[in-house]
Design a protein around this ligand. Structure first.
Ligand code: PLP
Length: 398
């Protein structure tokens, strides 16, 4: 007898057999430099908690206060009755931080891409006119999904390649109603940075709409203001996407830019029209986190110091750290099996760092991705490096 659920059982069993099955570890403590994971105290190099704000007393206090003043939920979608004064204030604060005219707060960074892309480009139902999206080959899954959802034609340009972007625009743009160029700011698997100035120049030359997703740049680049500030391009991009779940340590997504653009997206974006807003606790914590990042530039400096120290330590062992230009340090190992064994042994010795393999990264480029943060002390880094060296020797990597 076959069962309609068999295809799921078969896929799960195949994933187990091929070691593709994703085992999710359970954290028994807040995200911080040290965490209790699956019952064991470990040094954490996995989270995107770049500035150590996820468990910060000031930010937690802001969240608690908001719960007392505003309750636990907004009560409705924002267009009906769910926009609280807190949301409005948080948006004003985010726009100010990003030095743009306006910002729309949404539920997550993932959601921000689903919200922002379909209103900008798509296919006109009546005329059949189609738009196109020029998308970096290594853009984040949420950009790819938002692009697919839009119904626009997706044209991939080579990774960080303005010349290829220009060639693709020249070839394809005349066949479409309008174009949108989208790139990640920092690419999270390798830690490399988009050549934003050059991409912008090309897109502007052909009058293509421009969008950058700065999830891994905020709190990290441009003294914490992100990649647009890093390149001195404030106010130039039509849409800036951000997340409040990484360096800001909370939850939420942001769509920022000129008032007309944000206004337009606010009217059209389905996650804004049909899904409730962030909770008061999240929203107040986001604002407190933005304040904190602005008031403490030394946190961003510490993050970079830590990352440089860790990277130099890995390189001194003779291990390649790929093409990173940011605090993301890929420890390149090659085969998935080795990377997984490496990660398992690290954990055994008290270091939590994730192995990434195909299809997340290309075949043969499996790695341990080390996420450095400002929360780590020099002692933590020395301990981490010592254990990396021990495992590398045990597994014959060095
Ligand atoms: C992490 C990430 C997101 C998703 O952000 P969440 O707030 O966790 O949903 C979106 N875009 C990019 C580029 C990211 O790295």
């Amino acid at each position: 007898m076959t069962d309609k659920l068999d295809f799921m059982r078969e896929e799960l069993e195949a994933a187990q057999a091929e070691k593709r099955y994703i085992n999710i570890r359970t954290m028994d403590s807040p995200a911080d430099a040290w965490m209790v994971v699956d019952g064991k105290k470990v040094l954490n190099f996995c989270t995107n908690n770049y500035l150590g704000l996820a468990n910060h007393s000031e930010i937690k206090a802001a969240a608690k206060k908001a719960v007392e003043e505003w309750g636990v939920g907004p009560g409705a979608v924002r267009t009906i009755a769910g926009t609280q004064r807190l949301h409005v204030e948080c948006e004003r604060r985010l726009a100010e931080f990003k030095r743009v005219e306006a910002a729309l707060l949404v539920q997550s960074g993932f959601c921000a891409n689903q919200a922002a892309i379909p209103p900008l480009v798509g296919r006109d139902k009546e005329s059949g006119a189609q738009d196109c999206i020029f998308s970096d080959r290594l853009n984040h899954a949420s950009i790819i999904d938002g692009a697919r959802l839009s119904g626009a034609k997706i044209i991939v340009f080579e990774h960080r390649d303005p010349a290829d972007l220009e060639a693709k625009i020249k070839e394809h743009l005349p066949n479409f109603r309008r174009g949108l160029m989208i790139t990640d700011g920092v690419f999270s698997m390798d830690g490399d940075i988009a050549p934003l100035d050059k991409l912008y120049e090309v897109a502007a030359k052909y009058d293509v709409l421009t969008m950058v997703d700065d999830a891994h740049g905020e709190g990290v680049l441009g003294q914490g203001r992100g990649i647009v500030a890093h390149f001195g391009l404030e106010g130039k991009f039509d849409v800036e996407i951000g997340t409040l779940s990484k360096a800001f340590g909370v939850m939420g997504g942001v769509i920022a830019g000129k008032s007309v653009v944000v206004d337009y997206i606010r009217q059209k974006a389905r996650p804004n029209l049909f899904s409730s807003a962030l909770t008061p606790a999240d929203t107040a914590a986001c604002m407190a986190a933005v304040d904190h990042v602005e008031a403490h530039p030394e946190l961003v400096e510490k993050l970079w110091e830590n990352a440089e120290y860790f990277k130099a330590g890995i390189q001194k062992l003779g291990i390649d750290t790929g093409r990173t230009e940011t605090p993301i340090v890929p420890v390149m190992l090659g085969e998935v099996k080795l990377a997984k064994e490496f990660s398992a042994r690290l954990f055994e010795y008290g270091v939590f760092a994730m192995a990434l393999g195909f299809p997340t990264v290309p075949q043969g480029q499996a790695r341990i991705r080390v996420m450095n943060t400002a929360a780590h002390t020099r002692d933590d880094l020395d301990k981490g490096l010592e254990i990396f060296e021990k495992v590398a020797r045990e597994l014959g990597v060095i």
